[in-house]
Structures are given as C-alpha cells and as structure tokens.
Design a protein around this ligand. Structure first.
Ligand code: GDP
Ligand code: MG
Length: 292
C-alpha cells in the first residue's frame, strides 16, 4: 500500500504553506478544497476541519509538519471508530463477495486467497458467477496463481446457489479453513440479483454461518460507485467493504467517507492488479499514507 499512494495528500498539504508558516483563512479554504478533491465528501470534510481547528486552538502548530500531524491524528481517530478486522474465526469461515460488475470482485478473491494461504490457512474458491464461462475461467486462473482449489459449476449456467453450497460442502469435507464465494454483479434485473444473493445466503447457511459478506467498491468511481451499490447495502447483509483500485485514484478520502456513510467498516484495500496488491485495513497506516 505504501508505495502506490497516488492518493496521498502530502504534497498538496505542504504546498498550502509559503516559506513562513502562518495559518490564515486561506489555509482553511485550501484544506477544504484539498479534502473535497480527495473525495472525503462535504460532511466529513466539514467535521474534519472543525476537529483540526479544535486541535490547533489547543496546541498551536509550530510548522507545517506539525499541522499535517494534527490532521493525521484527526484522521486516525475517525478511521479507528470502526472494527476493520476480517472475521475468519469460524471453521470453515465462509466469505461471500458481492458488488457491481467490474469493481474487482474476482481479482480481490484471487489476492485474498493468496493473502490467507500466506498466513498459513487453507482456502477453497467457489465460482458462483456462473453466467459466463469466462467468469469461471477467470477465477480458475486466480485459483491457480494462489495455489488453491476451486469448485466450479458442472455445467454453464448452473444455479449459483448450488455452486455456493458445494463450495462450503467441499470446505467442510476437506477440513479447509476458508471458503470464498464469487458472485455475479449483474442480472437482467436488480431485484433478480438480490433474490439470487438471498438464495445463495440461505443455501450456505443450511451448512455453515456466513462469516463475512464483503461488498467490493471501486475507489475511482468515488461517491457514484456508492450509489450504484445501494441495493447491495440494503439487501445483501454486507459486513465489510473492500475498496479496490486505490492505486489509480486520487480519492483516498473515499475510504473514510464510505465508512461513515454506510456505517460498515473497510476491511481490505486493493492497490493494483497483482496478486500481492491487497492489504488489510489499518487506520494508523492509512492515515499516515493519506498525509504522506
Ligand atoms: P468483477 O467484475 O467485480 O469480478 O471485477 P474483476 O475482478 O474482473 O476486475 C475488473 C478489472 O479491474 C480488471 O481489469 C482488474 O484487473 C481490475 N482491478 C481489480 N482490482 C484492481 C486494483 O486494485 N487496482 C487496479 N489498478 N485494477 C484492479
Ligand atoms: Mg468477476
């Protein structure tokens, strides 16, 4: 994460000040513009500025680094209000991955499989996006890269919930720690898709509780992407968010905005197309990277 922070605000923040460090009305206007441009959204931006003003009033900063530190501490505090740990305690821990087309679900699953096996736990993937053979093959390629097994549909167009069921069944029978199920992002109708996701959940829960329902969001689409994902937030029982494509985005503030708007913690962050480009979400590291 630390080496791909095109979303870091550091140069902008430091560029707000001339050679002599003085806080003026311009400083606050510049800070507001910077935060808005980074997609924190108007409400969070206002609140952040109020918090920084309060910190400044308590202990006036002596130079720009000091000022940036105050902002970092405010960000850290806000980001830490959520429990961002991925819950993989159940055995098997079933993770259902949902979200609109193209946001990076399948890619995230590939990276997550690697992430979990690197931590010494076993993984099986379930290819429950059964509408296109290509989608199954894409997940298959990731399974190979990550060195994990995959349960695939026996024929094209097989009921996604039956693939999900078989995936969990496979995990139980083979004593596998984590089962990650890929899903489709689009159907003819939105209600059709939500019905399908409910069915997948019901069918899985006949065997095992679902540990996480992860909603994947593309950070480059910012607040728009959130609007597109509304149906998932309402109907899919989402327990955690994954933000992808932070490498191609100047919108690091979206991470905080999205967490506060949905009330759901960001649990994973994707920062590239490579298998290693996924990290867990650490508020402290993220706040530091934001102001770097
Ligand atoms: P899905 O339709 O939600 O399953 O999305 P895919 O996993 O197929 O990804 C769609 C596109 O986004 C692919 O070209 C991926 O390589 C790309 N992608 C996914 N995650 C990231 C990321 O974190 N960074 C970048 N730059 N591209 C990503
Ligand atoms: Mg996919």
């Amino acid at each position: 994460m630390a080496d791909k922070k095109s979303w870091g605000l550091g140069s902008k923040l430091r560029g707000m000040f001339s050679r002599t460090f003085v806080l003026s009305d311009d400083t606050w206007d510049d800070l507001e513009a910077t935060l808005l441009a980074a997609d924190f959204g108007p409400d969070v931006t206002d609140q952040l500025i109020d918090s920084v003003r309060a910190s400044v009033a308590k202990v006036p900063p002596i130079d720009e680094e000091d000022f940036v530190r105050l902002l970092r501490e405010v960000l850290e505090e806000r980001l830490s209000r959520f429990d961002t740990t991925l819950n993989l305690k159940d055995r098997p821990a079933v993770v259902l991955v949902v979200g609109v087309n193209g946001v990076g679900k399948t890619t995230t699953i590939g990276k997550l499989a690697k992430f979990i096996t690197t931590a010494g736990r076993s993984v099986v993937l379930g290819a429950a996006d059964t509408f296109r053979a290509a989608a199954v093959d894409q997940l298959g390629t990731w399974a190979e890269r990550a060195g994990v097994q995959m349960v695939r549909p026996q024929q094209e167009g097989q009921d996604p919930s039956s693939v999900a069921y078989q995936t969990v069944e496979f995990a139980v029978a083979n004593d596998i720690d984590v089962a990650i199920v890929d899903t489709a992002g689009r159907l003819q109708t939105k209600s059709g898709l939500m019905d399908e996701l409910s069915k997948i959940r019901r069918v899985i829960e006949k065997q095992s509780p679902i540990a996480e329902v992860l909603l994947v969001l593309d950070a480059t689409t910012g607040q728009n992407g959130l609007v597109q994902a509304e149906a998932f937030l309402e109907h899919a029982g989402v327990t955690g968010l994954v933000l992808t494509k932070l490498d191609g985005s100047a919108k690091g503030g979206f991470v905080l905005a999205v967490q506060e708007r949905t009330g759901i913690p960001v649990k994973l962050v994707g920062s590239g197309e490579g298998i290693g480009d996924l990290s867990g979400f650490s508020p402290v590291a993220f706040a530091a990277a934001l102001v770097e």
